[in-house]
Ligand binder design. Structure first.
Ligand code: IPD
Ligand code: CA
Ligand code: CA
Length: 264
């Protein structure tokens, strides 16, 4: 039997420790490298934070698997067993440029089902977490179930990039949605944007290309408050690939799919 409560206590301690080290790193200069393109950034702190989690997980839970953004985890072909899906710093560009609006994101899955999700807003010291079936919380305060809001009163997160011609989705549909809602925002951290949907600060989040470590924790959180997380076609997310992502309360999610995203 997996002791989820014990794992929960352990991971929270590690997250707090990692958060302190990251805040301390603001005093020192960063070593910044690029990955797939000049705007795809990684720092020594992203790598050190991932290494910190991985070495602790390996020592404490040797039978568990790890999928980490910076590639220091396992090479996995499936989510069989218990898999920790880790983004040590989600929002690295914000971390470098602003020292805020970035998060540690950890989802713990069992045979493909999200059991635990943690998103720690390091600069604001806000920990969002959820255990499947046992509620979602922010700093110990239970998050209420999502409420439905009409499209005209909704605040959604979408990046301006997706409103110009792109190869992933018909931008005209997204422009039509963006002009109908009350307002749009873009925070630059998928994990935080999902945490904001879960905590009712946003009614929806839409984006075109996220990796499993960007949404693994957020999916657990949003679902635990009754929300729905799919791709932009309303299909289930593939936890082993990049996906488009659309999160919101069920009625709102359905309405946006019918009236905008899937509209002929
Ligand atoms: C990025 C952020 C960003 C999203 C990108 C991600 P990273 O993660 O979540 O908001 O738009 O697609 O890659 O690289 O900062 O961990
Ligand atoms: Ca990320
Ligand atoms: Ca990252």
């Amino acid at each position: 039997m997996v002791n989820w409560m014990e794992i929960d206590q352990q991971v929270k301690m590690w997250i707090m420790e990692a958060g302190s080290s990251i805040r301390e790193s603001f005093q020192h200069s960063l070593s910044i490298q690029t990955k797939s393109n000049p705007n795809d950034l990684v720092t020594n702190i992203d790598k050190e934070t991932e290494r910190f989690f991985i070495s602790n997980i390996r020592k404490t839970y040797p039978g568990h698997f790890i999928l980490g953004e910076e590639g220091q985890g396992d090479e996995l072909a499936s989510l069989e067993g218990i898999v920790w899906i880790i983004d040590p710093i989600d929002g690295t560009m914000n971390f470098i440029h602003q020292q805020r609006h970035f998060a540690i994101s950890i989802g713990i899955y069992e045979n493909g089902i999200g059991r635990l999700g943690y998103i720690y807003d390091v600069a604001h010291d806000e920990l969002y977490y959820a255990e499947r079936g046992n509620g979602a919380y922010m700093n110990g305060v239970r998050l209420p179930a999502l409420t439905e809001v009409p499209v005209e009163k909704a605040l959604i997160a979408i990046n301006a990039t997706w409103l110009v011609k792109n190869r992933y989705f018909d931008e005209k549909k997204l422009v039509s949605l963006a002009s109908r809602v009350r307002g749009t925002r873009s925070y630059g951290s998928a994990a935080l944007e999902l945490a904001y949907v879960a905590s009712g600060r946003l009614e929806g989040y839409l984006t075109m290309r996220l990796s499993p470590w960007d949404f693994a924790a957020g999916k657990v959180l949003v679902e635990e408050v009754g929300g729905v997380v799919t791709n932009l076609w309303g299909q289930e997310l593939d936890m082993m690939k990049t996906n488009s992502v659309f999160a919101g309360a069920p009625g709102f999610h359905k309405k946006i799919l019918t009236d905008f995203l899937l509209k002929k």
